[in-house]
Design a protein around this ligand. Structure first.
Ligand SMILES: Nc1ncnc2c1ncn2[C@@H]1O[C@H](COP(=O)(O)OP(=O)(O)OP(=O)(O)O)[C@@H](O)[C@H]1O
Length: 595
């Protein structure tokens, strides 16, 4: 806790002037917490003489914090009648959401400095003060007289205390008691701390009532039906035994992540969820109320597609590829079986899923020293000449493995050159033919007729699943791909970063993930990677398909937030939009601002 020093106002005022004239001087006469805050205020370019805090029209007056704090603050204000002390409550961004003071002169004084509901008293808005500095330092702070960065605040004594969420532990706001300068600050600070504690207790009690309502609804849903049920709000998750039996841990985690898509909705809704196992589940959501307050939601889960899960598939040691999801293991196992049985293989799937990487890995596992001929059919100009060159190449090697990418890029009119070659290989003695042939096809082939002509040569087709159907693979892919691109070994994704990556749809599959991680490792050389280090395309969680214009706008907001170190007002100002608009868009695009 930081308390008042023993400097007189005149001394402090002189030191403040000196600091403003030459900020680099060592300010031993000022408390460290204050001089550090003055420096931040200078960096934020805050006005030194005219208070001009940011005004936000759409403050949240229905939040759990405001509802829990209101009766406590009303009591405190009654106790303080006759004393010139104002009681202020702010959100975690320093936005004043409530103010009460029975003292008319103090009331008018606070109006003159815009210390009133709707104004932001964050440090970046007004500089050193009992609210912003408390939030910045996350500890109780007393700011007296000329310790305020803005000289017009020097008439006041402000005692701020942070308020934390009693369950999740994050900062939810600040309580500030403000009086005229000269009031015994430590007393104000003690009272502020005691009141903040009472507010945290009230939040906990409110949560209890809410959770009870959710629990009752969850129990009655479980009694009414026999399927998988779970109930969630920001603090609790309840899962019935059917859900535990039907879904493994990774699928359950994915179901809970998907529930966030509708959490907070006041109407019933249905969402489809791609699960790591390859299942697609249907989540039917019903909001639950505690009185008029939303207490959370109950979800009834149904399978939307038949289960492709097959437990007990071994985790094969395939060089160069990683993944542990049942869907990926199944693809690996099928490709491996095809090689061992000597039958040629088609690998099909969305671009970038790892079809070629898988074929290469199977060949390396079984024939590490065998020559690998890997060619891309999308790059062929003259199919006939190319096929002849391939035939010669294979004849020159001893039973090489042949992997042909994008075989569907060869049109039906030319594919016969290739099918003739395949026919000759299949008729040739083993030493004159490839030991194994694998081709990759797109999930939406360029020319279905040419695919039809290729099919008879291949005994197996393996569907390589898209990454969004096996997000648990990211737990292995992320470190593997980081090691491939990072210069420094200790570059790792933080837990929050990994969770964020697992929530994304990855339309470009593993190739997109690899590009993202390569980009991150160019900018970030070592240490943990935070959510804020990710590029714009990875900082949103919306599952709604954005229009082209929306994605441009989303990327611009994310870039502006990054350039302004997460400061929403500055980001909005740079983009020429109001703070209310940027808040709305951050919510609507599901932009994750980082912690
Ligand atoms: N399971 C995996 N483990 C490690 N790296 C992988 C894995 N899957 C894919 N990759 C990497 O992702 C990139 C794309 O993979 P690959 O080229 O095999 O995709 P593809 O499905 O053949 O794509 P396309 O059809 O678009 O050619 C490659 O750099 C590959 O090494």
């Amino acid at each position: 806790m930081s308390t008042h020093g023993h400097r007189s106002d005149a001394q402090l005022s002189a030191l403040r002037e000196k600091f403003l004239a030459c900020p680099r001087t060592d300010f031993s006469g000022v408390r460290g917490i204050i001089s550090a805050s003055w420096r931040r205020a200078l960096e934020h370019d805050v006005a030194t003489d005219e208070p001009d805090p940011i005004f936000v029209a759409d403050r949240d007056e229905e939040s759990l914090l405001v509802r829990s704090a209101t009766p406590i603050l009303e009591n405190l204000s009654t106790e303080l009648v006759g004393h010139p002390v104002a009681v202020l409550l702010t959100d975690a961004d320093g936005l004043v959401v409530r103010r009460s003071s029975a003292d008319r002169a103090l009331h008018a004084g606070l109006d003159r400095i815009s210390l009133a509901p709707g104004y932001s008293y964050a440090e970046e808005s007004i500089g050193t003060n009992g609210i912003g500095t408390t939030l910045e330092c996350q500890e109780p702070v007393l700011v007296s007289g000329f310790e305020h960065f803005n000289s017009r605040l020097a008439d006041f004594e402000c005692a701020g205390t942070p308020i934390y969420h009693p369950v999740r532990g994050h900062l939810v706001g600040a309580l500030d008691l403000t009086s005229w300068a000269g009031t015994p600050g430590p007393l104000l600070l003690t009272l502020a701390r005691r009141t903040a504690k009472q507010i945290e207790d009230a939040i906990l009690e409110g949560l209890g009532t809410r959770e009870l309502a959710l629990f009752r609804e969850y129990l009655s849903s479980c009694q009414r039906g026999s399927g998988a049920i779970f109930a969630v709000n920001e603090d609790v998750v309840m899962v019935n035994s059917h859900a535990q039996d039907l879904y493994d841990a990774a699928d359950r985690a994915a179901l809970i992540t998907h529930s966030a898509d509708v959490a907070g909705c006041r109407e019933r809704a249905t969402v489809l969820a791609d699960l790591p196992s390859g299942l697609v589940a249907r989540l039917e959501y019903r909001p639950v109320y505690s009185g008029t307050l939303l207490a959370g939601g109950v979800f009834r889960v149904k399978n939307h597609t038949p289960s492709p899960r097959s437990p007990g598939i071994p985790d094969l040691p395939l060089p160069g590829v990683v993944g542990a999801s049942p869907a990926w293991r199944q693809a690996c196992s099928a490709a491996d079986t095809s090689y061992r049985g000597g039958s040629w293989l088609i690998l099909s799937g969305e671009p970038g899923t790892g079809k070629t990487a898988l074929a290469r890995a199977v060949a390396r596992r079984h024939a590490p020293s065998c020559h690998l001929v890997e060619l891309d059919c999308a790059e062929i100009d003259d199919v006939e000449a190319w096929t002849e060159a391939l035939a010669e190449h294979v004849a020159d090697e001893t039973s090489p493995v042949v992997v042909l990418r994008h075989a569907d890029a060869i049109g039906a009119q030319d594919v016969q050159h290739l099918t003739d070659l395949f026919t000759s290989w299949q008729a040739a003695p083993p030493e004159q033919a490839p030991s194994w042939v694998a081709v990759t096809l797109s999930d939406e082939p360029d020319d279905p007729d040419s695919v039809g002509l290729l099919m008879p040569f291949f005994a197996h087709t393996v569907e390589v699943p898209p990454l969004r159907h096996r997000t648990e693979d990211l737990q292995r892919l992320v470190p593997h791909l980081l090691a491939r691109h990072a210069r420094c070994r200790d570059l790792v994704a933080s837990d929050a970063c990994l969770r964020q990556l697992m929530r994304l749809p990855w339309t470009g599959n593993v190739r997109q993930l690899e590009r993202v991680l390569a980009e991150v490792s160019r900018r970030h050389r070592s240490g943990p990677i935070a959510v804020t280090d990710l590029p714009a395309e990875c900082r949103t969680v919306t599952r709604r398909q954005l229009t082209h214009m929306e994605s441009i706008e989303r990327d611009a907001i994310v870039q502006s937030l990054a350039a302004n170190h997460g400061n929403k007002e500055h980001a909005a100002a740079d983009l020429g939009m109001s703070r209310a608009t940027i808040y709305r868009k951050i919510r609507s695009f599901g932009i994750v601002c980082g912690s």
